[in-house]
Design a binder for this molecule. Structure first.
Ligand SMILES: C[S@@+](CC[C@H](N)C(=O)[O-])C[C@H]1O[C@@H](n2cnc3c(N)ncnc32)[C@H](O)[C@@H]1O
Length: 264
């Protein structure tokens, strides 16, 4: 995301401080206390929070935690949470009949009670979440880090994928969207490598496109590609898609969105 100078950043941050988590690592294993009775979802690199706020509005039964390492960008997400999602979200409406539902929801204008931001660079998600604490994780339009020496920084590199699987409950999911062909290929290959790794332990399975479905062993954790598209907006998954700020931009330019959902 292009860095712009934000006017009065410190004052603005102070004004919305309560919409970010002060000591996020101390929340490990305790997110249920912050959001009692809710299923927890994480968005890695939430940007200005458009997707986070929409999800929070559409699913009051869940809680959404966004991570964003650039303070000036996290600030925009926090301001959007305070505004009840009523800002740029309002101008980027959902398709079809969900649009009306959404417009009614944003008109509430109360701060979103079920969304928050971790305004930090997340290197190991396991520092912030206990095993099985989350129901799902989203990686939307992650930075591609095209140079191979930066591979480990990609949010779908092996160590991140392993961490996601650990902090998601069995039956939870990881959903990834990207405009970037190389990052998408890398991501699918990494999932495949993990499959090869877990096969030797005989506790997990992964199904790559074209492979027949297998059932997971009763005592194991599966790693199954459940949904896959190289052109999300022309696919059957389009109707349920909740767009991000980057996604709206890419779709307007005619870029095809790549999408995969893995079930743990
Ligand atoms: C390309 S932007 C996409 C933003 C948003 N998800 C969207 O689709 O509109 C990726 C964002 O992830 C953030 N980011 C990248 N690595 C991160 C990390 N390890 N922890 C937290 N945020 C990260 C960046 O600062 C950037 O704002």
């Amino acid at each position: 995301m292009r860095q712009r100078k934000v006017k009065h950043e410190a004052e603005r941050f102070d004004a919305v401080r309560e919409y970010a988590v002060a000591d996020a690592k101390a929340m490990k294993g305790r997110w249920g206390e912050r959001f009692p009775g809710k299923d927890l979802y994480l968005e890695m690199g939430c940007g200005r929070g458009q997707f986070l706020a929409k999800q929070a509005l559409l699913h009051p039964e869940n809680a959404y935690i966004g991570t964003e390492c650039r303070v000036s960008v996290a600030l925009r997400a926090m301001e959007l949470i305070r505004a009840g999602g009523n800002d740029e979200v309002h101008r980027n409406l959902l398709p079809g009949e969900r649009r009306e539902v959404f417009e009614a929801l944003v008109s509430e204008k109360e701060p979103l009670p079920n969304a928050t931001v971790i305004a930090e660079m997340i290197l190991d998600p396991r520092d912030y979440f206990a095993d099985g604490e989350l129901s799902g994780i989203y990686c939307n339009f992650s930075d591609p880090w095209p140079k191979s020496r930066h591979e480990k920084r990609r949010l779908t590199s092996r160590s991140y994928l392993e961490a996601y699987r650990a902090i998601c409950r069995p039956g939870g999911f990881l959903a990834i969207k990207t405009d970037n062909d190389d990052l998408f290929r890398f991501t699918l290959e990494t999932i495949n490598e993990l499959h090869e790794g877990v096969e030797t332990r005989r506790t997990d399975t992964v199904r790559m496109p074209g492979e027949p479905a297998e059932s997971a062993p009763a005592d194991g954790r599966s790693f199954v590609i459940e949904e896959l598209s190289y052109d999300l907006h022309s696919s059957d998954y389009a109707a349920k898609d909740v767009t991000t700020q980057y996604e709206d931009r890419f779709v307007a330019r005619g870029t095809k969105i790549k999408y995969v959902k893995v079930r743990f």
